[in-house]
Design a protein around this ligand. Structure first.
Ligand code: ADP
Ligand code: MG
Length: 726
């Protein structure tokens, strides 16, 4: 959006005055607000979390632009955004290839075309011949010479001075231009200063110990950098002002997490002591002994369950590390205390598998296990719900249907969520509500159920220190014995024939009549079209049947009815199917130990954790397993980096760490409950030193200066404070 010619930059003082005067200067230098900020703009700003003064004050620039220099058009470098100045010599609306405003402007001997595909009528008048423009953006050399598409521009008079300092660019929302945000920020800074509220929330001793920049000085410098500040330090966020802000942001996160944690510890939950009845019988019934890591995790969980506060523990362990039995043991502990347990899995296939395995182990011990998913017939569903409500069900296993309306537990003591990262925030919250509400029905005081979450997507240290800081974590860092490592191969899909041959060899029965191994063939992910993805899977299935007339080939995909899916999976488990063609629906949890070969087509399209999960479907038996990653040339740079990581690593922790480096924390946090506001400025990997400092400081503050902690938190959470309660 264009700026109007009447607007002048705010002058940044070049001396180093106090924060107070700076904030005032900035506010005064801004031109009088022509029309008060309209309600709709206020609403739009509120929608992106900008409501109170502190929200605006801490809405720091996402980047800076250098408008301090004017570059000649002929000196423009490809790919580099610069500022140019040129005079309009021509202006017309053309209709080919589509309606657009084309403006030609001259800078010395050079002429540049400016194209506007969307424009207002007023813009046509504004960009009249003879007007002078400051243009900001990248010059492209097209068919008609130099051009800029939708450049940011400003009308100026000849000789108007350029800004002396970098121009901040703010995150904004459609319909709110930079200038409006800038003014709102200036106003907020002035308000805070006038109220005398723009002080440092952190005690002097802490600031000195950590050598932190002054707070107000940091905020003002980052919003309105004086020319004396080295530009690179602003752009790269290494300036002491940035360090202070990043520290403060991380500190607020730590404080929020610790407060949430304290609030949880203040709530009550049923004490589920180890009675060594059902738990003992369950352990004795297992066909194997628990690994040390499993035992340790089980002990940690058992201790939490026996405490009178709701547990919130994450059980993390690589694929195949044996999380299910640990969870089942926890369920047994709830049941032997007369409470119900629930186990929720993200897919029908996985829920079914849990149901089969766990009822196989627990039903003989007298436990009533109920199965509830969305695909049950209405009558069966009604029955399951009735049993859960009556309390005859001791263990309920299913998909998120378990926590939908209409389902109410008689006395839920423990809720277990498998593959928790696969659930959305809404589903997690529904479970929380259920755990909370249903306990209240028959308890004297308000009690919550304990929660155990499981994930095979390991959380790197930096994440567990920050976003997951309020969770207790148990780690299973050891695989059950007798597993042979999976061999991973990277093969171009031009060598598909060799891959086919490998399947034939692996799956053929032994000469002595023993059954061969089983294999998965994972069809490519086609993000843009689910239909196409489905078609590819069906085509592959048909092809494989012709290619392997001696093998029984099966197919599972996401569009199949759950009962059909389950039938196919059951046949695969029973080795009635040797080759299973699948879409990525088999990604999580499926456990068939005789399957030792996996082929992943178009592996270059898949994410790291997805590939790791898929690969984890094999290598579950004693047989040497192999995972073949087929890629299709050309492979882009990021995809290449991913394939390299998955090829070189089998350790899920390392893969997750690399994933974080390649992609940022977004994915891990997809299903994180909204109690953790996202970090905007700090980067937990790059700023690990600050993260550590903030963690220690938060402990210190809560212990020694809880007023300061509250003040700090209130500023940073501002209007987002309600998230804490979610
Ligand atoms: P995940 O952690 O990926 O959910 P599972 O719980 O599905 O792993 O366990 C993978 C396989 O390992 C299952 O077949 C399970 O029965 C088996 N298993 C679990 N614990 C042990 C153990 N201590 N010794 C041998 N096998 C085990
Ligand atoms: Mg599992």
């Amino acid at each position: 959006m264009p700026a109007t010619p009447t607007i002048k930059k705010s002058s940044a003082p070049s001396s180093k005055p106090t924060a107070k005067t700076k904030a005032h200067t900035a506010a005064k230098a801004a031109p009088p607000v022509a029309s008060p900020v309209t309600t709709s703009v206020t609403q739009k700003l509120a929608a992106i979390g900008l409501r109170g003064d502190w929200d605006f004050a801490l809405h720091l620039p996402i980047r800076y632009e250098d408008e301090t220099r004017i570059t000649r058009i002929r000196d423009a470098l490809p790919g580099v955004a610069c500022q140019f100045e040129a005079e309009i010599i021509h202006n017309e609306i053309t209709y080919r290839p589509r309606r657009q405003l084309v403006v030609q402007a001259q800078d010395g001997d050079d002429v540049i075309s400016l194209r506007f595909l969307n424009f207002y009528g007023s813009q046509v008048k504004q960009l009249a011949v003879g007007k002078r423009l400051r243009l900001f953006g990248e010059v492209k050399h097209g068919f008609c010479g130099a051009e800029m598409v939708h450049p940011r521009y400003k009308l100026v008079a000849a000789g108007d001075p350029v800004p002396e300092a970098l121009t901040p660019v703010y995150a904004t929302t459609a319909g709110v231009v930079q200038l409006v945000i800038r003014k709102a920020i200036d106003k907020a800074l002035a308000n805070l200063t006038a109220k005398g509220a723009f002080d440092d929330a952190l005690p002097e001793t802490l600031r000195q110990k950590l050598r932190l920049n002054d707070f107000a000085d940091s905020v003002v410098t980052l919003h309105r950098p004086p020319p004396s500040v080295p530009q690179a330090s602003l752009m790269e966020r290494t300036h002491p002002g940035w360090r202070r802000i990043k520290f403060d942001e991380l500190l607020a996160q730590q404080l929020a997490m610790k407060k949430a944690r304290a609030a949880r510890d203040a709530k009550s939950a049923p004490r589920l002591a180890t009675k060594n009845k059902l738990t003992k019988a369950f352990k004795a019934a297992l066909p194997f002994a628990l690994t040390h890591a499993q035992q340790r995790a089980a002990n940690e969980i058992a201790t939490d369950l026996a405490a009178p506060h709701p547990m919130q523990r994450l059980l993390q362990g690589d694929v195949g590390s044996g999380k299910t039995v640990v969870a089942a043991l926890a369920a047994a502990q709830a049941i032997e205390n007369g409470f119900q347990a629930a186990l929720m899995a993200p897919t029908e296939i996985l829920a079914e598998q849990h149901y089969r395995k766990l009822s196989g182990l627990l039903a003989p011990l007298g436990v009533t296990v109920t199965w509830l998913t969305g695909s049950l017939k209405a009558k069966e569903k009604r029955e399951a719900i009735a049993e859960i409500a009556a309390g005859t069900t001791q263990l309920a296993i299913g998909t998120h249907a378990l926590f939908q309306d209409g389902v109410s537990f008689a006395n839920l003591g423990l809720a277990i969520v498998d593959e928790q990262h696969r659930f959305g925030v809404g589903q997690r919250l529904a479970l929380r509500e259920k755990a909370r509400g249903k306990m209240q029905a028959n308890a004297t005081e308000s009690q919550e159920a304990h929660q155990l979450m499981m994930s095979a997507t390991p959380i790197p240290r930096t994440l567990s220190m920050s976003y997951f800081a309020d969770l207790d974590v148990s780690v299973i860092d050891e695989l059950p014995p007798g597993r042979t490592p999976i061999v991973t191969k990277l093969i171009a899909d031009s060598r598909r024939d060799e891959v086919i041959e490998r399947i034939r060899l692996a799956c053929q029965p032994g000469l002595d009549g023993t059954k061969g191994a089983q294999a998965y063939w994972v069809c490519p992910l086609i993000e843009e079209s689910e239909t196409l993805q489905l078609q590819t899977a069906v085509d592959t299935y048909v092809n494989m049947q012709t290619t392997f007339p001696d093998l029984k080939v099966g197919l599972v995909h996401g569009r199949m009815k759950p009962t059909e899916k389950n039938e196919v999976m059951a046949a695969f488990v029973a080795n009635d199917i040797q080759l299973l063609v699948a879409t990525t629906v088999i990604e999580v949890g499926v456990d068939v130990s005789n399957a030792s070969l996996m082929v992943i087509e178009h592996a270059e399209r898949m994410g790291l954790s997805q590939m790791h999960q898929l690969r984890g479907r094999v290598g579950r038996g004693a047989k040497q397993s192999m995972c073949i990653l087929m890629y299709h040339q050309p492979v882009g740079q990021i995809a290449r980096a991913r394939l390299k990581v998955i090829f070189e690593n089998t350790d899920g922790f390392e893969i997750a760490r690399q994933d974080l480096l390649l992609r940022g924390p977004g994915e891990h946090l997809g299903a994180r409950q909204s109690g953790a506001p996202l970090l905007r400025f700090a980067d937990i990997e790059r700023d690990i030193d600050l993260l550590e400092a903030a963690r220690n400081a938060s402990d210190w503050l809560l212990k020694h200066d809880s007023m300061a902690a509250d003040k700090h938190l209130a500023r940073w959470l501002g209007s987002r404070q309600h998230y804490l309660k979610a």
